[in-house]
Design a protein around this ligand. Structure first.
Ligand code: NAD
Ligand code: DAU
Length: 339
C-alpha cells in the first residue's frame, strides 16, 4: 500500500501514522500537511527517524491542485486518508473563512485530484458534529439528517455531501467516517482535555462553558485510528461509518477526572459564558461499523485518561514547545537540514 495521509502533523493524523507504521511496516506513508498552528513536525520526529524512506513528509496545502495531483502521481499513491482540516469549534466561531477553504474546498480538491488520478480509495475523515445536537435521549445513526450548528461542523457537513456526490456522480470509491470526541497523545492544548490538564498542573482556573452539563462521547485516539484503518481496508464504497467510544459524559465529569489525576481539587473550576450555538449532547450508534468492519472501541475512559495524563506528564517538553511557540520553528529547521 502506498498511502497518502493528509493532515498527518495534527493530533489524529500523527497517531494514525504511528499506528500504520507499526501495523503495516511494508506500507509507504506520504504525509501532506500545511503546518498550520495545529501541525507539529515535532510530533513525528520518532517516525521520521525510524521509518527512513518508508515515510515522506511534504509541506503543502490540500487546496493546491497542482501539488496534490503531482504527488499522487510521483508517489504512485494507492489510497488517500484525508484528515487535514481546521478542527477547533471556537476558532470557527471567531473566523469561519479558513474552515470553508480547507474543510470544503480542500476536501473537494482531494476528492477531485484522486478521481482524476484513478486512486483506488479515498477515506474522508469526518465528525459526529455534522448531525447537530441531541436531547436527553437518542443516538446519531448514519442516516440521521445532517444539522450542523457551528461553522466548523457546517464545513465538515459540506465535505461529507461532496464525498457522497463524488461517489454517486462519478462512481468514485469514497468512504466517510464520523467519529466522536478524541483524546490522547499529541492533542493540541486548545481542546478540552489537554487544555484543562495544562491549567490544572499550573493551578490555574479551569474554564467550563455554561453549566458543564454538555455531553460528549469520548474515544481514545488509537480506537479512532483503528476505525479509520478498517474503513480503508474493509469499508464499502460510498458508505458512511459512525465510530464512538461508548463513553458518554458531561464535561464537568471530564474536568473533575483531570483534577483528580493531577492531584488538584474542584476549587479550580470556573463556570464561564457558554460557547454560542453549543451542542448539548452527542451520542453515537456504531452498530454498522461493528457489523461491517468489526470495529469496537477497546480502551475504557478510565484507562485512556490515565494513559493520556501519563503521556503529557512524560512529554512535558512537547507541551512546552507548543505553549512557547517553539514548535513553529521546526519547519525552518526541517528545510535547513534538507537544503
Ligand atoms: P488537528 O487540528 O489536530 O490537525 C489538523 C492538521 O491538518 C494539522 O496538522 C494542520 O496543519 C493540517 N492542515 C490544516 N489545513 C490544511 C491544509 N489546507 N492542507 C494540509 N494540511 C492542513 O485536527 P485533529 O483533531 O487531528 O482532526 C483530524 C481530522 O479528524 C479532522 O478532519 C477533524 O475534523 C476530524 N475529527 C476530529 C475529532 C477530534 O476529536 N479531534 C473527532 C472526529 C473527527
Ligand atoms: O465531536 C467531535 C469533535 O470534537 C471534533 O469534530 C472536533 O474537531 C473537536 O474539536 C471536538 O469538538 P468539541 O467542540 O466537542 O471539542 P472541545 O475540546 O473544543 O470541547 C469539548 C467540550 O468541552 C465542549 O462541550 C465545549 C467544552 N469546553 C471546551 C473548552 C475548550 C469547555 O467547557 N471549556 C473549554 O475551555
Amino acid at each position: 500500500m502506498r498511502l497518502l495521509v493528509t493532515g498527518g502533523c495534527g493530533f489524529i493524523g500523527a497517531n494514525f501514522l504511528y499506528a500504520m507504521r507499526q501495523r503495516h511496516p511494508d506500507w509507504q506513508l506520504v504525509n501532506l500537511d500545511k503546518l498550520t498552528y495545529a501541525g507539529n513536525l515535532g510530533s513525528l520526529r520518532a517516525l521520521e527517524a525510524e521509518a527512513g524512506s518508508a515515510y515522506v513528509f511534504i509541506h503543502g496545502d490540500i487546496c493546491d491542485r497542482d501539488l496534490v495531483s503531482a504527488l499522487l502521481a510521483e508517489h504512485a499513491v494507492d489510497a488517500v486518508v484525508n484528515f487535514a482540516a481546521e478542527s477547533h469549534v471556537d476558532r470557527s466561531i471567531d473566523d469561519p473563512a479558513p474552515f470553508v477553504v480547507t474543510n470544503v474546498l480542500g476536501a473537494q480538491n482531494v476528492l477531485d485530484c484522486a478521481r482524476r488520478a484513478g486512486i483506488k480509495r479515498v477515506v474522508h475523515v469526518s465528525t459526529d458534529e455534522v448531525y447537530g445536537s441531541l436531547g436527553e435521549t437518542g443516538q446519531f445513526h448514519e442516516n440521521t439528517p445532517l444539522a450542523p450548528n457551528s461553522p466548523y461542523s457546517a464545513s465538515k457537513a459540506g465535505a461529507d455531501l461532496l464525498a457522497r456526490a463524488y461517489h454517486e456522480t462519478y462512481g468514485q470509491d469514497v468512504v466517510v467516517t464520523r467519529c466522536s470526541n478524541n483524546y490522547g497523545p499529541y492533542q493540541f492544548p486548545e481542546k478540552l482535555i489537554p487544555l484543562m490538564y495544562t491549567k490544572a498542573i499550573k493551578g490555574e482556573p479551569l474554564p467550563v462553558y455554561g453549566d458543564g452539563q454538555n455531553v460528549r462521547d469520548w474515544i481514545f485516539v488509537d480506537d479512532h485510528c483503528r476505525g479509520v484503518e478498517l474503513a480503508l481496508l474493509k469499508g464499502r464504497p460510498g458508505a458512511v461509518y459512525n465510530f464512538g467510544g461508548a463513553a458518554e459524559m458531561p464535561n464537568i465529569e471530564v474536568v473533575r477526572t483531570i483534577l483528580r489525576l493531577t492531584g488538584q481539587n474542584d476549587s479550580l473550576i470556573r463556570f464561564v459564558t457558554d460557547r454560542p450555538g453549543h451542542d448539548r449532547r452527542y451520542a453515537m450508534n456504531f452498530d454498522l461499523a461493528e457489523r461491517e468492519l468489526g470495529f469496537a472501541p477497546s480502551v475504557t475512559f478510565a484507562e485512556g485518561m490515565s494513559r493520556t495524563i501519563a503521556w503529557y506528564q512524560a512529554n512535558s517538553v512537547w507541551l512546552d514547545e507548543v505553549q512557547s511557540g517553539a514548535y513553529l520553528k521546526f519547519m525552518d529547521r526541517w528545510y535547513k537540514e534538507r537544503s
